[in-house]
Design a binder for this molecule. Structure first.
Ligand code: C5P
Length: 337
């Protein structure tokens, strides 16, 4: 399913500074499945004109010439503040998608997230949310470490889905190859100890702990790179702090605390045990056995809540699963209030 299918968006072609950007945005919206109504504001003809309009309409995407009363779910207006205000006063019935300030950010970075956030109605507006994601890395000398193959994709997708739902989101991330979702504040960490510090720095309303935290770390970190020898090398390991359990028992405990569980077998039993042992409000379990979820773009999860309820989502793209997880968490929150 395309992200914006079933949505109609009125794109106002306003003033000159936004010329090439407006064309790019029309294409991006239509390529994401939206029905795009193109409306030329007076003055736009100076740079846009009938030829440019005909070219866009002829591209085979779902675009059409729109009138001022064209029925839409939201309106996108680029250009300066004056242009935005002028068009908002014409169509105050429509929510407005704002380009970010400063507006030299490429539309490919912000547009789809911003449109989805506007269309969502922002049910989590004013909620402060924290998500942990990715692996942790535990060094035993300057260049060697213990870690796991978590890609961070699931946690990043949850952070993005929560931002789209209107929340203010902090993403505490172990090392990953991913770019932070638009609008989300990322705090980079390496080890479990650093992740713990970042998580316990402030109170949040909702916390999702999707990181694959190393359970053990080397007792000792040697200085520099250890030279290889002929014999064996035994590493002594110790437990890392259980960040989730500690947060749950602390004064910083969020109103809603959701854990994740990666299991290879007896998924439900282990997930429910964790839910109880760490006093969580919910847990999202996924099967990482047999080619499982690590690094994959799609996933299949079971969500268990504190009241004994269970629901499963997928198989589907991690973005879709993340949106379903956020909606499920919203239900858990509503039942607590
Ligand atoms: O007990 P287990 O490690 O399987 O629990 C998984 C959950 O606990 C995940 O939400 C994970 O992010 C969190 N966790 C943690 N600190 C650890 C280990 C796991 O926060 N040291």
């Amino acid at each position: 399913m395309s992200l914006l299918s079933r949505h109609s968006l009125l794109l106002v072609i306003a003033d000159e500074p936004a010329a090439s950007e407006t064309v790019a945005i029309a294409r991006l919206l239509a390529a994401a499945g939206a029905r795009v109504g193109l409306l030329e504001a007076p003055g736009a003809a100076r740079w846009f004109g009938p030829a440019a309009m005909e070219q866009l309409l002829g591209e085979g995407l779902s675009m059409e010439r729109a009138s001022e009363t064209w029925p839409a779910h939201a309106m996108v207006v680029l250009g300066g503040r004056e242009a935005r205000e002028a068009w908002q006063s014409h169509r105050s019935d429509l929510p407005l998608v704002q380009p970010p300030e400063p507006n030299n950010v490429p539309a490919t970075r912000w547009l789809l997230s911003a449109v989805l956030r506007t269309l969502s109605g922002r049910p989590w507006q004013s909620r402060r949310l924290l998500v942990t994601a990715g692996p942790t890395v535990e060094h035993f000398d300057a260049v060697r470490f213990l870690s796991n193959p978590s890609s961070g994709k699931m946690g990043y997708a949850v952070a993005e889905a929560a931002w789209i739902a209107g929340a203010e989101v902090t993403l505490v991330s172990g090392p990953t190859a991913l770019e932070a979702p638009w609008g989300v504040r990322r705090v980079d960490v390496t080890s479990a100890a650093e992740m713990r510090e970042a998580v316990l720095a402030e109170r949040h309303d909702v916390v999702f702990m999707a990181a694959a935290v190393s359970d053990y770390r080397p007792v000792e970190r040697r200085v520099g790179k250890v030279k290889k020898g002929l014999g064996t090398w035994t590493l002594e390991m110790e437990r890392t702090p259980d960040i989730l359990a500690e947060l749950s028992a602390s004064v910083l405990r969020p109103e809603l605390l959701i854990g994740f569980a990666a299991e290879t077998h007896d998924i439900e039993r282990y997930a429910r045990e964790k839910l109880r042992a760490k006093s969580l409000d919910g847990i999202v379990a996924n099967d990482v056995g047999a080619g499982g979820a690590f690094g994959s773009d799609s996933n299949c999860v079971q969500c268990y809540d504190g009241a004994g309820g269970a629901v499963s989502f997928g198989p589907a793209a991690k973005q879709e699963i993340a949106a379903a997880i956020v909606a499920w968490a919203d239900g858990c929150l509503a039942r607590k209030q």
